[in-house]
Design a protein around this ligand. Structure first.
Ligand SMILES: [Zn+2]
Ligand SMILES: [Zn+2]
Length: 427
């Protein structure tokens, strides 16, 4: 990886003055230089023996200064340099290889590295010892830095380790460039009004996605998902090869997601285009999925947002329609009892196939009876992230303790569940 100084502007546009040149020579450097001169290296390799001495000079410039100081002419090696093999003389070739590797892709930021024959790197280190230089710079580091500078000048893209679009690995022994394409990210919030839609693509349990009779050959348990509905226009516009959908938690398939929606980051793999009209694509999602899914606050995003979204554990508000016979007074009493109290929830039976079986502690922060009628009532609940609301109401066969059913002493069942709000923007 090219880990040189991170330029903040493309080198082509650089008008900043060069830093002052320093190259402090003393007798021990001169003695090492005399021994180095005798090796018949190219100016880059000779200068690089002192590459970490001083500032503001290229390695060939260091070589020229050393030769002038010693009063000798720089030797010109016959044929390719026996250390680097001429690697530093073929920039146009490497730039062309990079252009070929990146062809058809939009990129603005890059980093680059190189793969060398380890024997060359080992020989170089033994030369530092032989000539007695404490200032040797590795061929790989110098090559990566120089290639990065030249790519910036040739393409106008910005090099450095910070959020590259593309990573180029110059494979010197093989004479080719390996390309890594970094994903492009979009963020937003989604609302979901369809009680048959899972958040993400849900592979068929029997065939694990290969396609079978049970899933009608689709490889999926559900025909589509929030992920697929949202990703489709973004995939088309970026001409990417796949997507990943990172939600800030997830609601049950049969729960609606209301309020300001749920934060998500959409990651598109190996995009060809990175600059897209995000608002227009979100509008396309909203047209095509009207009444099922709505995307709000769509924007370009970055990889770090994935971590933020996955690690957030905000409070959530729910509306729960419950079937069961209980008086308003008893319901209010139970809600008052439970508010802020720890609830022990063993992993529900319905998710036990994909989650470890353990007991977790969560809190219902607040509860309110919205309305009551014979045989049914509606609650608003505010709960900690990860609370299994359905199980808390119904009891899940004693796996949630205490449950609302146990507190009321009657069997209850959840008729409908909605997420009213994700409180990620509060406190
Ligand atoms: Zn060389
Ligand atoms: Zn299947």
């Amino acid at each position: 990886m090219w880990a040189g100084r991170v330029p903040t502007v493309p080198m082509v546009a650089a008008t900043a003055p060069r830093p002052p040149v320093t190259f402090p020579l003393d007798d021990s450097v001169r003695a090492a230089a005399r021994r180095g001169l005798a090796l018949g290296l190219c100016p880059e390799c000779f200068g690089r023996l002192f590459g970490r001495l001083g500032h503001g000079l290229s390695n060939p410039e260091r070589a020229a200064r050393l030769a002038a100081d010693l009063g000798v002419a720089l030797p010109v090696p016959e044929g390719a340099c026996h250390l680097c093999g001429g690697a530093f003389d073929r920039w146009e070739t490497w730039i062309q290889r990079v252009r070929t590797a990146a062809e058809g892709r939009e990129w603005h930021r890059f980093s680059c590295g190189s793969r060398w024959d380890p024997e060359i790197l080992a020989r170089e280190e033994s030369i530092w010892v032989d000539v007695g230089s404490a200032f040797g710079e590795s061929a790989r580091g110098a090559f990566n830095r120089e290639l990065g500078k030249r790519l910036e000048a040739a393409t106008g893209a910005v090099g450095g380790p910070d959020r590259p679009d593309l990573v180029f690995l110059a494979d010197l022994p093989a004479g080719r460039v390996e390309l890594t394409v970094l994903p492009v990210y979009f963020s937003g919030r989604y609302r979901k009004f369809d009680r048959t839609l899972p958040q993400t693509r849900w592979p068929c349990r029997r065939c694990e996605g290969r396609g079978c009779d049970r899933c009608g050959g689709t490889g999926k348990t559900y025909p589509t998902s929030v992920e697929e509905v949202v990703a489709a226009p973004f995939l088309a516009a970026t001409r990417g090869e796949g997507s990943r959908f990172h939600g800030m938690g997830r609601e049950d398939i049969d729960a609606r997601m209301l309020g300001d929606g749920r934060p998500f980051v959409l990651e598109i793999d190996r995009p060809r285009t990175r600059t897209v009209d995000v608002a227009a694509l979100a509008a396309e999602v909203n047209r095509s999925a009207e009444g099922r899914v709505e995307v709000l606050e769509a924007a370009a995003s970055v990889a770090a947002e994935v971590v933020r979204v996955k690690e957030a554990a905000p409070l959530k508000s729910y509306r729960v329609a419950v079937l069961g016979e209980a008086s308003e007074a008893k319901i209010n009493e139970a809600l008052a009892f439970v508010a802020g109290r720890a609830i022990a929830q063993r992993t529900p039976t319905r998710v036990a196939h994909r989650r470890a079986d353990r007991v977790r502690t969560r809190r219902i922060v607040a509860g309110r009876l919205v309305e009551a009628a014979p045989g049914r009532f509606t609650l608003d609940l505010r709960a900690e992230a990860g609370t299994y609301i359905k199980e808390w109401v119904e009891g899940d066969g004693g796996r949630t303790e205490p449950s609302l059913a146990a507190l009321l002493g009657v069997p209850l069942s959840v008729e409908a569940l909605d997420v009213l709000q994700i409180h990620d923007r509060e406190g």
